[in-house]
Ligand binder design. Structure first.
Ligand code: SF4
Length: 594
């Protein structure tokens, strides 16, 4: 056993540990051990970072509350599931605040500020509404993402059925979840029950994971050919369905992606997944199991900062991983076939024909935050559209929603409903807002070093102004902002990535492409947010005169090179000029996964 985290998992008797006892006691929060096990159940204990100092000065403990995350394979929910998720937002909202939901960057839904005493009722009700929180967090395979614009026809049916099969294969089997949240009652949500497996509390509880589960989280994304809205290369395993050389259905399986890094450890880095093999359709889940098991056995269990599949692949190579999988399955795998180019845009906003008789509409949700105010009632609007006109809601990897299955004759009524509820459609947003994404960061995330979601409007307003001043009204720059280097909003594949270093300073990355196939490179460190314009303005000056016809900001930055661009920037802090060293880092990864 190599670390405290590993010992805790091992001793927890399959995710039980002190959870039952601590759920029943009168304390306002959970112990560290309980908190670490809660993650496997889809729950993070957090505290109000805005109040931390004030409470410490007053000699009081932290203001604890919990984040509860629903795992939604492929981001697809029927109307009745959504109604229950939406209803429960009001039941757990802190007194005096409106019910709120947050759409995640991995097609899930989160509740924030849930009191400890409200956890059991919430998780229980979600399960009865056919939604699970199991394995939404923790050292397991997380929510399966799918680039699921519903006009993808046959490809979409394939990827969604694959997403469900993967979710069933890799959801934990331990009965701890049902014991804790459902009084032992069999889960009605899409858990192992859907696969006909029997949850267990014995030593056979986890046939894939074993008693210590995975070294850390494991992310899987499935991209419909041409649509890389999920950033497939950023996943531990990426799957792109594509017929083999003989026309047989199957997929290219990629492996070794992941974006998290650590400011204090320069040996941590973002990495793009590489094509590993082409796999026939009926073996894809088994091949992914082979990769998961390889990670289980070879992943770093001593240093959680290095405990991701990408470091295993970086050390041993993609061919080694393929060989491990071949040994596990007792078969050989075929070489990957070339993938078709990825197309833009990737957001699917506005109206799109779904099939011969129905449409879907993509509605922007800035910051992924769904909360009703007097003038702007997106939750009520979604309920109204789902009640009378649509049959399904899809959560996108960009934190927007797609309302699906709308009859041609209902389009005008849907638009009117959105307008009546103060919900703006895509064409009424600035391009910078539609092209940006941020993680929650402060005040809820315990790892946040700086702000993200709360200051994103300030950032997009700055970008709007800078672009307008230069006549670049039609330019959209894919911008991602996070409060720490973990990269939950995927800043390292953005055209402009803004990553929190301290409460007031950010590292700036440039050069990713809008299709998500190239890593951005760190341009400058420790930029105060109010100096962002001093960095981006000069870049846009050069971009405006130097860009090729139709060349996007990220492609231009990549062509020009970060070292040459950094020379023209102001020095905004003593630590800021690190581009030369970063360029060396970049040499190791550029081109991987293209
Ligand atoms: Fe928290 Fe960091 Fe993830 Fe943002 S990127 S949500 S600050 S862990």
């Amino acid at each position: 056993m190599s670390s405290d985290a590993e010992q805790l998992k091992h001793d927890s008797h399959y995710l039980r540990g002190p959870l039952a006892a601590e759920l029943a006691n009168d304390e306002s929060g959970f112990s560290d051990d309980a908190n670490n096990l809660l993650k496997f159940h889809g729950i993070y204990q957090q505290d109000d970072r805005d109040r931390r100092r004030e409470l410490t000065r007053a000699g009081e403990g932290p203001a604890y509350s919990c984040m509860v995350r629903c795992a939604v394979p492929a981001g697809v929910l029927r109307s009745d599931q959504w109604f229950e998720i939406d209803r429960l937002a009001d039941t757990v909202a802190p007194e005096g605040t409106p019910g709120a939901l947050r759409l995640t960057t991995r097609q899930g839904v989160q509740y924030h500020f849930v009191h400890k005493g409200g956890l059991k009722g919430l998780v229980n009700a979600l399960n009865h509404g056919l939604v699970t929180t199991y394995a939404a967090c923790g050292d397991v395979v997380r929510n399966i993402m799918v680039s699921s614009a519903p006009h993808a026809g046959r490809d979409l049916e394939r990827v969604e059925s694959l997403a469900r099969a993967l979710a069933n294969r890799f959801r934990p089997r331990s009965a701890a979840y049902w014991e804790l949240w459902l009084d032992g009652e069999r889960a009605v949500s899409s858990g192992p029950a859907a696969a006909g497996d029997r949850p267990s509390s014995g030593d056979d509880a986890e046939p894939i994971y074993g008693p210590t589960y995975l070294p850390r989280k494991f992310k899987i994304g499935i991209a419909v050919p041409g649509d890389n809205s999920i950033d497939v290369y950023s996943n531990c395993v990426g799957i792109v369905p594509i017929d083999g050389p003989d026309g047989e259905p199957g997929a290219v399986v990629l492996a070794g992606g992941g974006l998290g890094r650590n400011h204090a450890d320069e040996t941590t880095f973002p990495r793009l997944a590489e094509p590993m093999a082409w796999v026939p359709e009926d073996r894809i889940v088994d091949v992914v199991e082979g990769i998961v098991v390889t990670f289980r056995d070879w992943g770093n269990r001593e240093d959680r900062r290095k405990a991701r599949l990408k470091y295993v692949v970086e050390e041993h190579g993609i061919d080694w991983l393929r060989h491990q999988v071949e040994e596990y399955l007792g078969t050989t795998l075929a070489d990957p076939v070339p993938l078709p180019p990825w197309e833009n845009p990737r957001k699917h906003l506005g109206w799109h024909r779904q099939d011969d008789s129905t449409w879907f509409i993509g509605v922007p949700v800035p910051g992924g935050r769904l909360v009703d105010t007097d003038l702007h009632r997106p939750r009520a609007a979604i309920r109204a559209v789902l009640t009378d006109h649509a049959d399904e809601i899809r959560l996108t990897p960009n934190q927007d929603v797609l309302l699906c299955g709308i009859a041609e004759a209902d389009k005008a009524a849907v638009e009117q409903l959105l307008t009546d509820h103060g919900v703006r459609q895509a064409e009424r947003f600035p391009l910078s807002v539609l092209s940006s994404m941020a993680c929650p960061a402060l005040p809820t995330c315990g790892k946040a070093l700086g702000e993200a979601e709360r200051v994103l409007p300030e950032v997009t307003a700055t970008l709007d102004r800078l672009l307008a001043e230069r006549g670049l009204h039609d330019v959209a720059i894919e911008t991602r902002m996070t409060g720490c280097p973990n990269g939950c909003a995927r800043p390292y594949v953005a055209e402009l990535g803004i990553v929190g270093r301290t409460k007031s300073a950010y590292d700036i990355f440039i050069g990713g492409d809008p299709a998500g196939t190239r890593l951005a490179t760190r341009l400058i460190e420790s930029v105060p947010l109010d100096k962002l314009a001093d960095v981006v303005g000069p870049l846009l000056d050069r971009y405006r005169v130097d860009r090729l016809l139709g060349e996007g900001f990220g492609d231009w930055a990549d062509r020009r090179g970060v070292v040459s661009l950094a020379e023209h920037l102001p020095v905004v802090s003593p630590r800021s000029r690190r581009a030369g060293r970063v360029e060396v880092e970049r040499e190791r990864f550029v081109g991987v996964g293209r």
